[in-house]
Write a protein of this length. Structure first.
Length: 340
């Protein structure tokens, strides 16, 4: 029979093995799903999406509400929607510090009720989304209430309320400079949705600077490619079909083409056609695709930031009989994970 002292020793050495070491789990993290470049290309080339009436990898220059009504139910894997702001924006005001001659005309604002407009497109979005699909909606704070109401009415579930912090806030005298957008991550079924955790600790505050593109014509509201690519990375697989109802400059189309995703989009302003076509011509299929595992920091890179965790990582790795065999059994402690 094991003595009391023996039991105690075994217990404390087990506790020793399981104790929480900040950042240790980062050394063992692997993305949930990953594809080599040839695998991603094969998925892209072999994908079929049952959209007989509409072309894929194509932008339609028309109103998205009537456009989406031609898409069959539950056909789209991911929707990225960056609707007009509803604040009489034309991108030209001097407060935006831009060369007006480079801002493409006919930015289409919402002149009817913003509530009604949002309700109509959100309803279509819910209908055409696959059961395990996701939606990212961009919104400034001024119309956020409208968007939240419309997605609730459309029975979409909120998974996250992401804040994108940007670097182009407009100068103010008597209030804080607005320097963030809200990005809602919504799903149809909160128990069954695709989410590929490609980083160990993906926070809901995204700090992405917009690159200034001097001397190039554009619609004044272009999103950074990195922001849209992030939505695509986490919520779609290579070969999936991504829809953008408000294409603008074609950022979603470009991010898809460069990352082995198919796209379909709508844009009411026909003057943006030449910009979208130019942007798409500049990019090769799959040119930005990199397997997620290859994007992670190496153990050596992490070691300089977290030397204590690195020591433990080396100890555990060199001891095959230790208390873990994959990243899933590493003791971790991250605030906010309680809701998972
Ligand atoms: C905020 S911008 C989108 C910018 C885009 N995300 C980008 O990165 O370039 C909104 C776009 O929606 C377009 N738009 C407005 N109403 C629309 C409608 N009913 N159907 C389709 N497009 C519309 C506007 O012309 C504008 O280009």
């Amino acid at each position: 029979m094991e003595s009391k002292i023996g039991k105690c020793k075994a217990f404390s050495s087990e506790r020793e093995k399981r104790r929480y070491i900040p950042h240790l789990a980062e050394f063992f993290f692997r993305p949930d799903s990953d594809w080599s470049k040839p695998e991603a290309q094969r998925l892209y080339e072999n994908a079929s999406h049952g959209l007989d009436a509409l072309k894929i990898d194509h932008v339609y220059y028309e109103d998205c509400i009537s456009g989406m009504s031609r898409i069959p139910d539950e056909t789209i894997n991911l929707i990225v929607a960056d609707p007009p702001f509803g604040i009489d924006f034309d991108g030209k005001s001097s407060v935006y510090n831009r060369d007006e001659t480079l801002v493409v005309e006919n930015y289409k604002e919402v002149h009817e009720s913003y509530d009604e407009f949002t309700r109509s497109w959100a309803k279509q979005v819910e209908r055409i989304l696959k059961p395990d699909g996701s939606v990212y909606i961009f919104s400034g704070w001024t119309n956020l209430e409208s968007v939240l109401r419309a997605v609730r009415e459309a029975s979409l579930h909120t998974l996250n309320h992401i804040v994108w912090h940007y670097n182009f806030g407009v100068f103010t005298k008597r209030r804080f400079v607005t320097s963030h957008y809200h990005i809602l991550l919504l799903v149809k079924d909160s128990k069954n949705y695709f989410f590929n955790k490609v980083e160990h600790y993906p926070k809901d505050v995204w700090i992405v600077r917009r690159k200034y593109r001097f001397g190039e014509a554009k619609n004044g509201t272009k999103l950074p490619l990195d922001v849209v690519a992030k939505c695509i990375d986490y919520s779609s697989k290579p070969g999936d079909l991504v829809l953008d109802p408000f294409m603008g400059n074609g950022t979603t189309a470009v991010a898809c083409k460069a990352n082995f995703r198919h796209f379909i989009g709508f844009e009411i302003n026909k003057e943006l056609r030449r910009i979208i076509e130019l942007e798409l011509d500049r990019v090769q299929i799959g040119e930005s695709y990199q397997p997620y595992g290859e994007r992670l920091p190496s153990a050596q890179e992490l070691a300089s930031q977290h030397p204590r965790a690195y020591q433990e990582y080396i100890r555990l790795k060199s001891n095959p009989g230790s208390a873990f065999d994959s990243h899933t059994s590493i003791p971790t402690k991250t605030s906010g994970d309680e809701n998972e």
